[in-house]
Design a protein around this ligand. Structure first.
Ligand code: SF4
Length: 278
């Protein structure tokens, strides 16, 4: 019988919340590589140093921790195969933005980002129809799928720029492997069931990094003037779109969601926000 309350899960969730999850910034910069191509308003809240209204709960922290644990083992495997590889190195672009790479591989002139993703994102990225319908076999799209998100390529690009690397390698590790049967139907190999990699040269990541650097500089200038940006996100082609916190997917995970709903749309003066939040 399924229990009414998952007591072990509840204990784990509470334990996760009680742990110290603070990670130092790589440098004293306004923004972090891990937050690139995010919502302008959210970046404005961060730049203004405002307190989060919705910090991560135990469930979100546990899911993040699964990725971190996996990273440690993947790094061990890389270190064994490529002894010159380094991990979690700090980098910065001026005083605007900084972060840590996952892996730096000098032998191949690569900066590597490893992302643990859910099955939905993984399938979209590789173009897999895992469950196309009753009686239909799993299959791959002929166009190869959407590939990794622009935000992940851009994050890798910032690390590559900060460390003088030419190639960005994005690794997606799915939290849910494709079943053996469906992998056979779609023609996926054993590793492809839960793992995919892409590489991108400067011609791809440099324009993303340039555009994002300009956008972040504008957000910081606005915040320096005492104003927070409007609610605006970038779509999967990198074009700005207005968003509604009641309906946009990103807002469900936003650590400023309640504050943002309370503050309303448009550009907002920072002093008024601080007053409302106190
Ligand atoms: S709730 Fe949505 S619109 Fe508001 S700051 Fe967060 S991501 Fe941006």
């Amino acid at each position: 019988m399924r229990t009414a309350a998952p007591k072990i899960g509840q204990a784990f969730s509470e334990w996760m919340v009680a742990q110290d999850h603070h990670k130092d910034h790589a440098a004293a910069t306004t923004f972090r590589f891990s937050g690139v191509m995010g919502c302008s308003r959210q970046l404005g809240y961060l730049a203004a140093g405002l307190e989060e209204s919705d910090p991560m709960d135990g469930s979100s922290l546990a899911v993040t921790a699964m990725g971190s644990l996996l990273h440690e083992d993947i790094q061990s495997a890389i270190a064994l195969r490529w002894p010159d590889a380094t991990f979690e190195g700090k980098g910065a672009v001026g005083d605007l933005i900084s972060g840590h790479y996952d892996v730096d591989l000098p032998e191949d002139d690569e900066s590597i980002e490893i992302k643990t993703v859910g099955a939905y994102k993984f399938d979209l990225a590789i173009g897999l129809f895992r469950s196309p319908g009753k009686g239909q076999p799993a299959r791959l799209r002929t166009d190869g799928g959407k590939g990794p998100s622009l935000a992940h390529i851009c994050q890798g690009g910032f690390n590559a720029a900060a460390h003088g690397r030419s190639v960005v390698r994005i690794v997606y590790v799915s939290r849910e492997a494709v079943s053996v049967q469906k992998a056979q139907e779609a023609g996926l190999g054993p590793i492809d069931r839960f793992w995919a990699e892409w590489t991108f040269g400067r011609e791809v990541w440099e324009p993303l990094v340039r555009a994002e650097t300009e956008r972040l500089a504008k957000i910081r200038a606005l915040v320096d003037e005492g104003t927070l940006p409007d609610r605006s996100d970038l779509d999967d082609k990198g074009k700005p779109i207005k968003i509604n916190p009641d309906t946009h997917w990103r807002c469900l995970y936003c650590s400023f969601a309640h504050r943002c709903k309370m503050d309303g749309p448009g550009r907002i003066a920072i002093p008024r926000l601080k007053l409302v939040a106190s």
